[in-house]
Write a protein that binds this ligand. Structure first.
Ligand SMILES: Nc1nc2c(c(=O)[nH]1)N[C@H]1C(S)=C(S)[C@@H](COP(=O)(O)OP(=O)(O)OC[C@H]3O[C@@H](n4cnc5c(=O)[nH]c(N)nc54)[C@H](O)[C@@H]3O)O[C@H]1N2
Ligand SMILES: Nc1nc2c(c(=O)[nH]1)N[C@H]1C(S)=C(S)[C@@H](COP(=O)(O)OP(=O)(O)OC[C@H]3O[C@@H](n4cnc5c(=O)[nH]c(N)nc54)[C@H](O)[C@@H]3O)O[C@H]1N2
Ligand code: SF4
Ligand SMILES: [Mo]
Length: 690
């Protein structure tokens, strides 16, 4: 009997990108643990991934190619050979591409965050084919854009510094569920005397454990940040030296902030003026004492009309009080741009025909239903889906399903499981999991380059995404040598080793070690040096002006709220959000029984007053609806949801819910103010007992 330990990486869409140790006995992975030596993982995994072998060896794993034999969406398939699958796909793609390759669209996101199994060979193949480009907006582009306008890049406070902060604002995130290894640091800070404040409309698991919880209305964070600026400036809780040397547009900001009195802000946010005053004073006074004030802002606050502006306004705060001077101060949204990733080497953009159109993944429902036009280009005739489950996760799901159900649409899905999306495929191809393939990873919550070794052989006839696109390239007759690159060759090109940040990068040694920290300063902007056009933190942004946006921090109200649309609110009086459930990762893991049993079934958290007014008691089955659709859930009557708000933790597989639907039935395809992001948390609904 042989037992080995293999170094791997958690591939899931989570900021923590944990280092894994996989125990393999006679070719079978028996245990997945966190690497105790990796400083941010520190030997701890979330419940989901500590059960990873249950997912990998799940009896429902797709183990061979299949073709659809029933209606689209019905889920009836028949086993075929790889030869038949590849032959069918190549023939259809050739026929469509002969007319216009842009009628072919990839749909992919972060099912794996791997730089190799994500967009490397897949991108090369699709570029060479001339397929439409996909704008990958479904998660983070709104805030990412606001952050970059302000400080230039997605770089921020190092995760490994947060325990030294004296005040941490956890703004629009629920790290106990979705950023566990940040929560470890925040708790350590708490033990060392720091104050933790959660800013969240919902009393999440995290908000429950913070010293203070500010339960503002969804979509109003930009106003709260403006109110903080007002108080900081009015009470002179500022770092004048930092402002003078490292910021742009303070005088204009001062004028703007004057309009945002705590009373006005309180009215918009649905909180007390005192909460605004105290939050700003605590933030400013702690910084004035020379102590580190840190903000961990996350994704919850971005999924609304003004989500980009909200993140922009928050990103202005550290520069006002000089928080960046401390390694433990500042703000972190994402660490992605800390990594010198070499996307040209990975994706070969020169293969792409010039002028190729781009389609926004957040409006896939509408776009699948669009006819050809001069403005849109050709109708979408083929979809190649990998690393994503759009029928469950994309907004306004009824439209998405209607699009996927089109008889004239040719759909290929690369998957581990027969998801809601795979049910609509013409051909389903079995993909390997992280334990079965090689990959290189960056992260968006820490700054380690990571290597994933294959721990076990592919199960059944499963193949890595890369190999599937390699085989398709051969069938299509693509003969550029880049289509022969092995996964190791691709991984070795993932980081630019000439960049000073990645000077230690060498793929073979990274594979042996598993992880390697980037070479970065502890405090990224202690001496300014922001990667903006001016080199400063831009309170006034010429780029925003050029892009048709307000160049100064401002407030953009939700599309759907009592304040912005009273007529709609009369019909649908409750705001709804659907943030991640702790035991799922987006729609991944919903089919892992032990995890689904912990979540139970789809729930709706509703305030006792709102429940009472509708005759709803705990345990009732309720219908949640608006003009876009409806779904059912079991009511939990709780003041965790503020009055006027309902919360449905997500993202359920539609087919595992009693009515075959999930929260995306009621979400809309409207986009954020910047970055073309989705507005999953900007909607009004009504709720009734079934
Ligand atoms: N367990 C688990 N972990 C995950 C995921 C998962 O599905 N499950 N998903 C991963 C992915 S893809 C992402 S993007 C991240 C997302 O994780 P987070 O960044 O934490 O974002 P969300 O979970 O969307 O929302 C976090 C909190 O924001 C609150 N919120 C909603 N609307 C607003 C608002 O308008 N303002 C404010 N201030 N707060 C608001 C919600 O109530 C919620 O408690 O987590 C990743 N990690
Ligand atoms: N209502 C509502 N909707 C939301 C959100 C919300 O908070 N509320 N959150 C949004 C956010 S932040 C995001 S990021 C998106 C996430 O949406 P997606 O990126 O689609 O994430 P998942 O639902 O986890 O689906 C990923 C799929 O990829 C598959 N997969 C994993 N690894 C591989 C691989 O190596 N190869 C192949 N071929 N497949 C693989 C998994 O089996 C899984 O089915 O959802 C968005 N939708
Ligand atoms: S999902 Fe996040 S916390 Fe869980 S193992 Fe993966 S990276 Fe770590
Ligand atoms: Mo996300």
């Amino acid at each position: 009997m042989s037992t080995t330990t293999v170094r791997a990486v958690c591939p899931h869409d989570c900021p923590d990108t944990c280092a894994l140790l996989v125990t393999v006995k006679d070719g079978v992975a028996t245990e997945v643990k966190g690497d105790p030596d990796h400083p941010t993982t520190a030997g701890v995994l979330c419940t989901k991934v500590s059960r990873y072998t249950e997912r990998t060896y799940h009896p429902d794993r797709l183990l061979h190619p299949m073709k659809r034999v029933g209606r689209k969406g019905e889920g009836k398939f028949e086993r075929i050979s790889w030869d038949e699958a590849l032959g069918t796909i190549a023939a259809r793609l050739k026929e469509i591409a002969a007319r216009d390759p842009q009628a072919i669209l990839p749909y992919s996101y972060a099912g794996t965050m791997g730089l190799v199994q994500g967009e490397s060979m897949a991108a090369r193949f699709l570029h060479k084919l001339g397929a439409s480009l996909l704008d990958r907006t479904i998660c983070a582009t709104a805030g990412g854009t606001g952050y970059k306008y302000t400080i230039g890049a997605r770089i921020g406070t190092d995760l490994e510094q947060f325990q030294n902060a004296k005040l941490i604002l956890i703004w629009g995130g629920n790290p106990i569920a979705s950023n566990l290894h940040f929560w470890t640091r925040a708790q350590e800070a708490k033990r060392r005397g720091a104050k933790l404040i959660a800013i969240d409309p919902y009393r999440s698991l995290t908000a429950e454990k913070c010293h203070q919880h500010i339960a503002l209305l969804p979509g109003t964070d930009a106003a709260l940040a403006l109110g903080m600026m007002h108080v900081l400036i009015r009470d002179d809780l500022l770092d004048h030296d930092y402002i003078a040397r490292h910021t742009l547009g303070f005088e204009q900001l001062k004028q703007r902030a004057e309009e945002w009195t705590p009373e006005r802000v309180a009215g918009i946010c649905g909180i007390a003026a005192d909460e605004v005053e105290q939050l700003a004073r605590l933030y400013g006074e702690t910084a004035k004492r020379g102590e580190a004030v840190a903000i961990r802002t996350n994704y919850g606050l971005q999924r609304v009309h003004g989500g980009g502006m909200a993140v922009r306004n928050i990103t202005c705060l550290p520069a006002l009080v000089g928080a960046w001077r401390h390694a433990a101060g500042g703000v972190q949204l994402s660490s992605s741009d800390s990594f010198p990733r070499d996307f040209n080497a990975l994706q070969r953009p020169e293969l792409l025909p010039p002028g190729t159109r781009t389609i926004n993944m957040s409006t896939i429902g509408d776009d699948l239903l669009r006819e050809a036009s001069a403005d849109f280009g050709p109708r979408i005739e083929a979809l190649i889906v990998y690393n994503s489950n759009p029928v469950a996760i994309a907004p306004q799901s009824a439209k998405v399903a209607q699009g996927f159900a089109r008889e004239d649409l040719f759909t290929v899905v690369l998957e581990h499981f027969q998801t809601d999306t795979a049910d609509y495929a013409d051909i389903v191809l079995p993909a390997t999991t992280q334990l079965e393939h090689v990959d290189a990873h960056s992260a968006y919550g820490h700054t380690y380059m990571m290597a994933n070794n294959a721990a076990i052989a592919p199960l059944g006839e499963a193949k890595p995404n890369t190999e599937i696109f390699r085989l398709l390239a051969a069938r299509m007759g693509f003969d550029d040598p880049c289509f022969k690159d092995s996964d190791d060759v691709i991984a070795a090109s993932a980081f630019n080793g000439k960049d000073v940040r990645a000077i230690h990068f060498d793929w073979e040694s990274l594979k042996r070690k598993g992880w390697q920290k980037l070479n970065l300063p502890d405090a990224p902007f202690a001496e300014g040096g922001f990667p903006t056009p001016s080199g400063k933190c831009e309170f006034f942004s010429e780029r925003m002006q050029a892009d048709g946006l307000d160049p100064l921090p401002s407030y953009i109200a939700p599309y759907e709220s009592h304040a912005t649309n009273p007529a709609l609110a009369a019909k649908y009086p409750l705001a709804m959000i659907s943030p991640p459930a702790r035991n799922f990762l987006n729609s991944s893991f919903v089919n892992v029984q032990s995890l689904r049993h912990t979540e139970g079934e789809p729930h709706l958290d509703i305030h006792p007053d709102d429940a009472g007014a509708r005759g709803i008691v705990a345990g009732d089955v309720v219908r949640i609806f608006n003009d876009r659709g409806s779904f059912v859930a079991k009511a939990r009557v709780t003041d965790k949801a503020r009055k006027g708000l309902v919360v449905g933790l997500s993202i359920w597989w539609k087919k595992l819910a009693s009515d075959g639907k999930n929260a995306n039935e009621v979400t809309s395809q409207r986009l954020t103010d910047m970055g073309g992001g989705p507005t999953f948390y900007d909607l009004l609904v009504q709720v009734e007992r079934v």
